[in-house]
Design a binder for this molecule. Structure first.
Ligand SMILES: C[C@@](CO)(OP(=O)(O)O)[C@H](O)COP(=O)(O)OP(=O)(O)OC[C@H]1O[C@@H](n2ccc(N)nc2=O)[C@H](O)[C@@H]1O
Ligand SMILES: Nc1ncnc2c1ncn2[C@@H]1O[C@H](COP(=O)(O)OP(=O)(O)O)[C@@H](O)[C@H]1O
Length: 267
């Protein structure tokens, strides 16, 4: 069985509070985009994990798909499987690629072995693997809050726009991005602001990680500026970076960025 885990972008991200469990409360909009991995699972004599495409850091046991297998194995009598992941979603990009692989793995196993898990139950398993993992179970635009793992559906359809995504040659880890952040409550919630016209978003919608990350990685700031110069109605870093997306009325010319960065059009 083969599925195609997709990436997400964050439209706005406000870090509102430090929590006693070491995490932060935040609010953000998660929006699915069309950059995909390929995940194949077949029944086998023993558990194995192989990958192709981009190099995934860490050992096999650290891979979120393998962690997903062990998580389900604790509660279900599932057979060993052979997992193959073709990795295409940039890593350490704020695109949630690893989380998406894990969520799609849970969905795939649920279907393949008739585990009978409903959406909420699949989200509960996913949540234990990573804060943004549960989003990918339903994979629809949401307002996310708490640790970023509780959701309220929103009506947001950007299909009339051209979304371009630029990945500079920098990886930022999520825990690195949280270091030095000063949480602050928000006056106006993204839950309402997201319904402002897209061309107004730059006045109201920000990503709290940008200031810190831009200080250490000036090239990410340049990419954002370049997207505005190319005509973006709105541009921002996704999640904890390092990728930056731009929302355009029509396909932009980003050829000047292609030398130093990976550029994805029409995601
Ligand atoms: C903050 C976001 C916004 O989209 O960053 P991205 O990873 O997407 O860039 C995500 O919610 C991340 O989700 P995910 O990447 O699954 O996070 P986890 O693996 O659970 O957490 C990695 C580390 O980030 C910090 N962390 C994460 C989420 C959160 N609400 N508060 C935190 O403080 C913790 O230090 C944690 O150990
Ligand atoms: N299937 C996977 N794909 C990518 N990274 C994974 C995967 N499983 C575990 N990881 C680990 O998760 C880290 C962050 O990955 P990723 O989800 O791409 O980043 P981000 O949280 O910025 O979206 C990687 O450095 C890697 O060590």
């Amino acid at each position: 069985m083969i599925l195609f885990p997709n990436a997400k972008i964050n439209i706005g991200l406000n870090i509102t509070e430090r929590r006693a469990d070491g995490y932060h409360n935040l609010e953000t909009i998660f929006y699915p985009i069309k950059i995909n991995d390929v995940l194949e699972v077949i029944e086998a004599d023993s558990l194995s994990f192989t990958s192709s495409g981009l190099d995934i850091p860490g050992r096999m046991e650290d891979n979120l798909c393998v962690k997903g297998y062990h998580l389900l194995k604790k509660d279900f009598n599932i057979p060993p499987v052979s997992i193959h992941l073709h990795k295409h979603i940039p890593i350490g990009a704020g695109l949630g690629g690893g989380s998406s692989d894990a969520a799609f793995f849970i969905k795939l196993m649920n279907g393949k072995f008739n585990l009978g898990l409903n959406i909420e139950q699949q989200q509960d398993y996913a949540r234990t693997l990573g804060a943004d993992c549960a989003f990918f179970i339903e994979n629809k635009p949401v307002f996310a809050f708490d640790r970023g793992d509780e959701f309220e559906p929103i009506k947001l359809d950007l299909s009339a726009y051209h979304i371009a995504l630029v990945m500079p040659p920098v990886h930022v880890s999520t825990s690195e991005a949280f270091r030095g952040i000063q949480p602050a409550p928000v006056k106006d919630s993204l839950y309402d602001l997201i319904y402002e016209p897209v061309r107004e978003w730059k006045k109201y919608i920000k990503n709290d990680f940008e200031a810190n990350i831009f200080k250490n990685h000036i090239e990410i700031r340049w990419v954002k500026a370049a997207l505005y110069e190319a005509g973006a109605l709105y541009a921002a870093m996704s999640g904890s970076g390092a990728s930056v997306f731009g929302i355009f009325e029509t396909k932009p010319d980003l050829s000047a960025l292609e030398t130093d960065n990976q550029v994805f059009y029409g995601v």
